[in-house]
Design a protein around this ligand. Structure first.
Ligand SMILES: Cc1ncc(COP(=O)(O)O)c(C=O)c1O
Length: 386
């Protein structure tokens, strides 16, 4: 079946974070959700649950666990055991609970930088100090500074390394060898490895996601994943913590209860089971192809019209554009583009690097072309090239 990504619903007036926070007439290309409708088989599953008509307190049953086990087993060769899976309403709560379970205020948590903005807030909310391991620009992409990372993690106050695999916002899909080195450094320095793998299904041509548990099966890790980002069902609030170690699970479970994030949304449960199926695989394949077309248009247009670089997109639907040639700071660029051309792209400040801007690619080709047109016109104006 060919899925329709061209016809996107009008999201304004639905309490939509992305669209309803944007001033009238502004095209929002910021927050990381897609404008695509959920896949038909997910809508049917949610509709069946809706038709049941009773929405009381919800737990997951065997078919849910089986769906998760089968999905990662089949797609990644990762043999997850049912007992390792802990359900939670989101990956941010999973990060928060895990950090609270394994650190105390004043401890340090290390990350790669730039980073997904909630990494910074979750670390701060746990009372911890963030240690940034800056990714190094290499050509039109980024690499890990392993030497510095090893020195940073050797500090006994660094208790956790919070990895983003694939990486938001640079779009890197870490290779198995890179993950192996990260895990080795964690093992050598006694740092707990925690991996946020929420973007794991968004893979661009030539790149394949590797779970850290496959790259380094001998190094214990706590992994978070969810169909939310990949199938555009973030509002249904369902995610999983995969943790093979029973003692660690007990601590995380305590933190989940202490933070009162135990209750699940019945629609999220049904949506996950519908997503983790062969139809889900096909939908993802087509969606990834569709989004990559937007990326190519962005990369080529920005290069031709401005001579700027959009970093290589290996995973995620979030492009990372190098704005170092702009005469203004990217905070001012964002403001100017929003006010004058009426297109909203994010400056890199919230991700820890103001040299870049992040652009959400997951919308229809038609709307993306319009947004891109506005963005390029605005950037030319700002650069005095108009
Ligand atoms: C790396 C990463 N982790 C977590 C989240 C959000 O997770 P959730 O909505 O499940 O809390 C996002 C959303 O953009 C993300 O990019």
């Amino acid at each position: 079946m060919r899925y329709d990504f061209d016809n996107i619903p009008d999201r304004r007036g639905t309490g939509c974070y992305k669209w309803d926070l944007a001033p009238e007439g502004v095209i929002p290309m910021w927050v990381a959700d897609m404008d695509f409708k959920a896949a038909p088989f997910i809508l049917e599953a949610v509709q069946r649950r809706l038709d049941h008509g009773v929405f009381g307190y919800t737990m997951v049953m065997d078919d849910y666990y089986q769906a998760v086990v089968d999905w990662f087993g089949h797609r990644r060769g990762w043999k997850i055991e049912k007992d390792w899976i802990m359900c939670i309403p989101g990956v941010i709560p999973a990060i928060a609970c895990t950090l609270k379970a394994f650190t105390k205020p004043g401890d340090k948590v290390a990350i790669h930088a730039p980073a997904y903005n909630h990494f910074y807030t979750s670390i701060r909310n746990a009372g911890c100090i963030c240690v940034e391991n800056k990714l190094l620009r290499s050509g039109d992409s980024f690499v890990i500074d392993f030497e510095t990372m090893e020195v940073q993690l050797a500090d006994p106050e660094v208790k956790v390394f919070l990895l983003c695999n694939p990486h938001n916002p640079t779009g890197r899909v870490w290779a198995a060898e890179e993950l192996r080195r990260i895990a080795d450094i964690c093992a050598k320095t006694g740092t707990m490895l925690v991996s946020d793998e929420i973007h794991c299904e968004i893979e661009m041509p030539g790149h394949t996601f590797t779970p850290v548990a496959i790259a380094a099966p001998d190094v214990p890790a706590v992994v978070f994943n969810s169909p939310s980002k990949n199938f555009n069902i973030a509002g249904l609030q369902i995610a999983n913590i995969i943790c093979p170690d029973p003692a660690w699970r007990k601590k995380i479970d305590r933190a989940i209860n202490d933070n009162e994030v135990c209750d699940l949304n019945p629609f999220g449960v049904e949506a996950l089971k519908a997503a983790y199926t062969p139809e889900g695989e096909e939908w993802l394949r087509q969606m990834n192809e569709y989004v990559y077309e937007n990326f190519k248009l962005l990369r080529d247009t920005v290069s031709r019209e401005l001579g700027w670089t959009v970093c290589d997109l290996q995973g995620t639907y979030l492009a990372w554009m190098d704005c170092s040639a702009a005469p203004l700071d990217t905070v001012a660029v964002q403001k100017s583009l929003t006010e004058v051309e009426k297109v909203w792209i994010n400056n890199g400040e919230m991700y820890g690097d103001r040299q870049y801007m992040r652009i959400n690619l997951a919308t229809s080709h038609e709307l993306f072309a319009e947004a891109l047109d506005r963005m390029v016109r605005g950037l030319k104006r700002i650069c005095g090239k108009a």
